[in-house]
Design a binder for this molecule. Sequence first.
Ligand SMILES: Nc1ncnc2c1ncn2[C@@H]1O[C@H](COP(=O)(O)OP(=O)(O)OP(=O)(O)O)[C@@H](O)[C@H]1O
Ligand SMILES: [Mg+2]
Length: 209
Amino acid sequence: MIEAQSVWFSYAGGPTVIRGVSLSVSPSELVYIEGPNASGKTTLLKLLAGVYKPLRGRVLVDGLDTRKTPPHILARHVAMVFQDPGTQLVGRTLEEEAVFGVTIIGLDEGSVRKRFVKYLRTFGVLHPLSTPPRRLSLGEQRLVVLAACLARQPRFILLDEPFFGLDAETLTSVVQVLSSQGYGIVIASCHYPPFSPNKHLHLTDGKLQ
Ligand SMILES: Nc1ncnc2c1ncn2[C@@H]1O[C@H](COP(=O)(O)OP(=O)(O)OP(=O)(O)O)[C@@H](O)[C@H]1O
Ligand SMILES: [Mg+2]
């Protein structure tokens, strides 16, 4: 379970961006957060992932307080595909992409690579493993980062503006695969969802409705 409890956040010296947001996400649940540009979607997802820490309130991921839990522990519970997936690509080739740093979080490289390749193929990314990830299209890069996240077997996956690069049909089938495998999913987007989420929430000016 991910639980945000009355979370407030502002960037250093800036105005308040997230205002008293409470939200829960159960395993297998698909939560959709729709909101206009600059409403705070990316900030909220990064708070749920533990990348940012609440200034007031708290975020619990499977009972772990994100303010008190080191990143390598949180990584076993929650992963996020950023709005710009290019910032998350680390490998010189697809072969290298998923395994960077996995031993730090207590995973076996060989098993991670196997799961990564399986997810790539499931998502229809069929390029040879010698391909440099940056040569792929934006949508393929997003699927590569997603496959790398899933290969590390978190329980929750957060997708920031996934329509940017992915067509609605591809995204819908990806979401179906993740749901059928029991992942808790949070999607943030400024678009209306092309599928039926379990919860469809609206973020306006940092407030969730
Ligand atoms: N690193 C940062 N430092 C300071 N302010 C920031 C930073 N990142 C975002 N902001 C501000 O916080 C507010 C919310 O930004 P955020 O990126 O969370 O919105 P968003 O809903 O994801 O927008 P978009 O639809 O454009 O992706 C904006 O006013 C933005 O300028
Ligand atoms: Mg954003």
